[in-house]
Design a protein around this ligand. Structure first.
Ligand code: ZN
Ligand code: ZN
Length: 255
């Protein structure tokens, strides 16, 4: 499995792109602004998009991804997400006001965008890859994802605060090579506030790593723009030699 982190931050600025993970040629996990680095040909090759939740930094490029390659695509672009996330897409984006309703064009029977409900713990097979939504705890309904290939797997947390069921699921995964785990805030945000807003802090990272029983490489993503140094400094203070390296946009992993 070839895994490319097209975007890995929680906001934009020059050189920074929000979260999107390309798996091989045909699969995307989240569709943040990192999608904008793909060529038209690469966009046309995307068949499935798995969304973690309905926040803009995770789906900003989805409407334009659908639009850019309508006439180059043989079948629909299938979007997998929780029913609550699909409702936001239908009501808030593909509503013929903010964007054309590609879920019913050119015809409701054969639309350009197909919406597929996903559920925590229910795997979806895409070719030789299996994508399983994992529990997450965010300010809106959300999931993480485990993606298993023929020779290994990786996990992406999506946006979540400390979530014990997530780590229970991660601990059961065979052949886990990488965990891409968010750290949106610093420790000036109290654990109570971070739990309410649904994000991680360095203090919560320490607790999360204590729940993890495996030896996959854990990498930090979704840091706030301009706060990367402070976030990493605090992670280092708390975790010492176990402090994670950040992912940079465009970084590629063979799994
Ligand atoms: Zn986010
Ligand atoms: Zn979010």
């Amino acid at each position: 499995m070839r895994v490319t982190l097209l975007g890995a931050t929680g906001g934009i600025a020059r050189g920074l792109r929000t979260v999107s993970i390309q798996v091989d040629d045909d699969l995307l996990i989240d569709a943040g602004t990192g999608v904008g680095d793909l060529t038209l040909g690469q966009m046309a090759a995307i068949q499935h998009v798995f969304l973690t939740h309905a926040h803009l930094d995770h789906l900003a490029c989805l409407p334009m991804l659908a639009d850019a390659v309508l006439d180059r695509r043989a079948g629909p672009l299938t979007v997998h997400a929780l029913p609550e996330t699909l409702d936001v897409l239908k009501d808030g984006i593909f509503n013929n006001r903010l964007w054309p309703d590609y879920t019913a064009r050119p015809s409701p029977e054969a639309p350009w965008v197909a919406l597929e409900p996903a559920a925590v713990g229910h795997p979806v097979c895409v070719g030789s890859r299996t994508v399983t939504p994992l529990p997450a705890r965010h300010s809106v309904p959300g999931v993480g994802y485990a993606v298993e290939g023929e020779s290994g797997s990786f996990v992406y947390s999506g946006d979540t605060t400390l979530c014990e069921p997530f780590w229970e699921a991660v601990n059961r995964l065979p052949g886990l090579r990488y965990v891409f785990l968010e750290c949106t805030f610093r420790d000036d945000v109290s654990p109570e506030q971070a739990l309410e807003w649904g994000h991680m802090t360095p203090r919560l990272w320490e607790k999360a790593l204590a729940l993890y029983q495996g030896d996959a490489e854990v990498r930090v993503i979704h840091m706030e723009p301009g706060k990367e140094e402070a976030t990493q400094g605090q992670l280092k203070e708390r975790l010492g030699g176990k402090a994670p390296r950040p992912v940079v946009a465009g970084e590629m992993f063979e799994v």
